[in-house]
Design a protein around this ligand. Structure first.
Ligand code: ADP
Length: 724
């Protein structure tokens, strides 16, 4: 059965292997067990019920929380050749009947419905006309009051299950569930002795950054300028903030859209579609945006404000990099955001017990923003995951290269001014006094007479306000609750005033850009956009970024090579393959990349490039000869490859590529030197079977002793005999 599952994965989705956890979840479902899977966003939950749906008889009913996204999910399935449909309130009763009929005739394998539908007795009865083998509950945490997205209509799921004549297998999925929520989900969905799978929460391709006390607008402006061609989401805590930021970026000419619950449905829908179709590349939104969004090529998620919980943060940030490509998750922290979240909690009408739980969740978020530990480790521990590594090398703590600047004098001036103003005013007025402003309010209050008036003249009011924000974020100052937050001194500040402690500000040396592709990648992207417009599906449904990136690295120029690209299945190959092949060929022609040269672009291309650069530098000192020529000269002197490697202290891969590069450039190289006689026929046989666009699968299919150099040399030697 698992082999069949694997075949479906390859055939429909174009993936060679299951990801961590997917296999066990699928196995459990097809063995008829109720299953509860906790997997992080982007881990590939959908496949876990879609593949069983293909293997089980009848139909799989999928409960999915957002009507607006069902179409998208169904489109994705149809685009890979899986028959699916949805039923929601946008359809007439006739259309609903039609879809039910189609499903009962076995023409549909997955039927998506919103939980609200299940509240209708009539609808539930109608479902009894179908053979439902599997009921998949997406975003299952919505059933729990203790989750962060409680949906009362989810409680209709268990009553539906009771109403069905034959109880289907129940599979529930969620990305974020703490132990308490997990138990609640199992109880409320009435799962029967479920198999529970909690796959690791870690998302290696996401980098995490917390920025405290910095001017948020300035940060965002600089970031999006540096990452102009990237797709990103900026979350804000309020509609007003979304509107403001949208205005700002729109005025500056960026391609932005916005999304919040205050917009008309049609407007929201339009903006969302534009984002899905890459017509806008930045969306500014409140947390109303995104549940179930599976746009895979989001390269950054910036949180302009603190979220109410770690669960909410990880879910929203997790919308970046679903394609597995590097993506950045950045949290901009300011102390004022904590007040806002507390205000939301206070305003809500939930029970006192629940309020306490929400305060605790908020505190975890504040701790995250202040921790000096590895951010990834912090997150994983929060979700109860044992983590043995204490450094991830991919978060702002682990990669901290910032410099510490001593700002004790400025801090003392600010603290002393706040004291003299009797701790009764907000950030702006304090900054104005320090700067020596002559504005009416300052004069009316007589602040020009204070000894601290105008003692930080060299800074602008904005810069002073930013400094105050830094000092607040670092816990020297507090903001009192209220509509106009009043700034007060905390204990830590007193020590500074007494000259007992120094204050340092971190000045970031930030990475300027999110990950980007080469020239071909951009060309493939625009082809994808063209197809997306023609076929009226979002670009990422045509191909994920990761598929385009592989294409731009491996230059597949025929169907079997294209099929070996991750994310290219049969249906997409037939639909779009030819167009992509043509574009890739054209690019290769225009850039003088020959089939032969393709072999230099192998799995290890990045390492090679890095080595190449390092070697090139070394070469500078060695008679300015290109590095590969030095290698070649040694080879010509009769040195063995192993000796060249140790003499030059290079990676074996680099030396191998040097030799092949020489062969390619017409230097005299006897490739047979590198191909043991008894291996050549074997290698050719494998290449004829699986193509030559990737080296690793060839290597894997051969006996261990056949090395990469022999494979490359064979491909190279026979490149003109059409085996590549
Ligand atoms: P989730 O629902 O868990 O957030 P999705 O089901 O939307 O995640 O999957 C995220 C992305 O990962 C999708 O683009 C999907 O096609 C891709 N994906 C799923 N399974 C695999 C796999 N085995 N190999 C490679 N990519 C996969």
């Amino acid at each position: 059965m698992l082999r069949k599952a694997q075949e479906k994965l390859k055939k429909y989705y174009g993936y060679d292997s299951f990801r961590k956890g997917q296999e066990s979840v699928i196995e459990s479902i097809i063995n008829g067990k109720d299953t509860f899977a906790v997997m992080p966003t982007g881990a590939g939950k959908s496949v876990c019920y879609q593949i069983p749906a293909l293997l089980l008889p009848g139909v799989t009913l999928v409960i999915s929380p957002l009507i607006s996204l069902m179409k998208d999910q169904v489109d994705t399935l149809n685009s890979v050749g899986i028959p699916a449909t949805y039923i929601n309130s946008s359809l007439s009763i006739n259309e609903v009947n039609e879809r039910i009929d189609k499903t009962s005739k076995g023409e549909v394998k997955l039927l998506y419905v919103a939980p609200e539908r299940l509240e209708s007795e009539f609808f539930c009865n109608m479902l009894n006309r179908l053979t439902i083998s599997l009921l998949a509950v997406d975003e299952a945490h919505c059933v729990s009051q203790w989750g962060h997205d409680f949906r009362p209509s989810y409680s209709a799921i268990s009553s539906l299950i009771r109403k069905l004549h034959v109880r289907p297998i129940i599979a529930a999925f969620t990305a974020t569930a703490t132990q308490a929520v997990r138990l609640d989900v199992i109880k409320l969905l009435e799962l029967r002795e479920p198999d529970i799978y909690v796959t690791g929460f870690n998302r290696e391709n996401l980098s995490f950054t917390v920025i405290r006390g910095e001017n948020k607008r300035d940060f965002v402006l600089k970031y999006i300028e540096d990452n102009k061609d990237k797709v990103g989401i900026i979350y804000t805590a309020t509609r007003k903030e979304t509107d403001n930021l949208y205005e700002l970026l729109n005025k500056k000419g960026y391609n932005v859209g916005k999304y919040h619950a205050g917009l008309a449905d049609s407007q929201r829908k339009e903006n969302q579609e534009k984002f899905l179709y890459d017509d806008i590349n930045i969306i500014i939104a409140t947390n109303a945006f995104g549940m179930g969004i599976d746009k895979s090529n989001v390269r950054y998620v910036i949180h302009y404000n603190l979220t109410k919980s770690m669960e909410a943060y990880y879910q929203e940030a997790g919308r970046g990099g679903r394609d597995g490509e590097p993506s950045e998750c950045i949290l901009l922290f300011s102390a004022a955001d904590v007040l806002l979240q507390k205000f939301f909690i206070e305003q809500s009408t939930v029970s006192p017990e629940r309020k306490i739980s929400e305060y605790k969740k908020l505190q975890a978020m504040v701790d995250y923003a202040h921790t000096t530990r590895c951010l990834r480790q912090f997150i994983l521990e929060y979700f109860g995951e044992e983590n043995t590594r204490d450094k991830c090398d991919n978060c702002s703590t682990c990669n901290d290269e910032s410099e510490l600047v001593d700002i004790t004098i400025e801090a003392q001036k600010i603290f002393s001014c706040i004291l003299r103003m009797k701790e009764r005013f907000g950030t702006t007025l304090i900054a104005e006094v320090l700067r020596g402003s002559k504005n009416k309010k300052v004069l009316d209050l007589g602040f020009e007479k204070l000894s601290t008036y105008g003692i930080i003249k060299q800074y602008t009011v904005k810069e002073i306000r930013d400094l105050i924000n830094v000092l607040t974020a670092e816990d020297y100052l507090s903001l009192a609750d209220g509509q106009f937050p009043v700034v007060r001194l905390k204990e830590k500040a007193v020590a500074v005033l007494k000259n007992q402690e120094k204050v340092y500000q971190k000045v970031e040396k930030r990475k300027a850009k999110a990950a980007s592709g080469n020239g071909l990648f951009e060309i493939l992207r625009s082809l994808r956009k063209e197809i997306s417009e023609r076929e009226k599906v979002p670009p990422y449904i045509v191909f994920a970024d990761s598929a385009l990136r592989e294409m731009s690295e491996y230059f597949p120029v025929n169907k079997s090579e294209l099929l070996s690209i991750k994310g290219v299945g049969e249906s997409k190959l037939n639909k779009y393959g030819e167009e992509f092949i043509q574009v890739i060929k054209k690019y290769m022609n225009e850039n003088n990349i020959e089939i032969k040269e393709k072999i230099l672009y192998n799995e290890e291309v990045d390492i090679t490039a890095l080595n190449e650069a390092a070697v090139e530098q070394k070469g500078e000192n060695e008679d300015k000869l290109p590095s590969y020529v030095i290698t070649y000269n040694m080879y010509k002197e009769g040195m063995r490859i192993e000796d060249i490697i140790s003499e030059r202290q290079l990676k074996s891969l680099t030396v191998q590529d040097h030799i092949l590069k020489c062969a390619y450039e017409g230097f005299e190289v006897n490739l047979d030197d590198f191909i043991p006689k008894n291996h050549e026929a074997l290698i050719i046989e494998v290449i004829e079977k699986i193509g030559a666009s990737k080296l690793k699968p060839i290597k894997d299919a051969l006996p261990k002793e056949v090395d990469y150099l022999a494979i490359k040399a064979t491909i190279f030697k026979h490149a003109n005999n059409k085996i590549s």
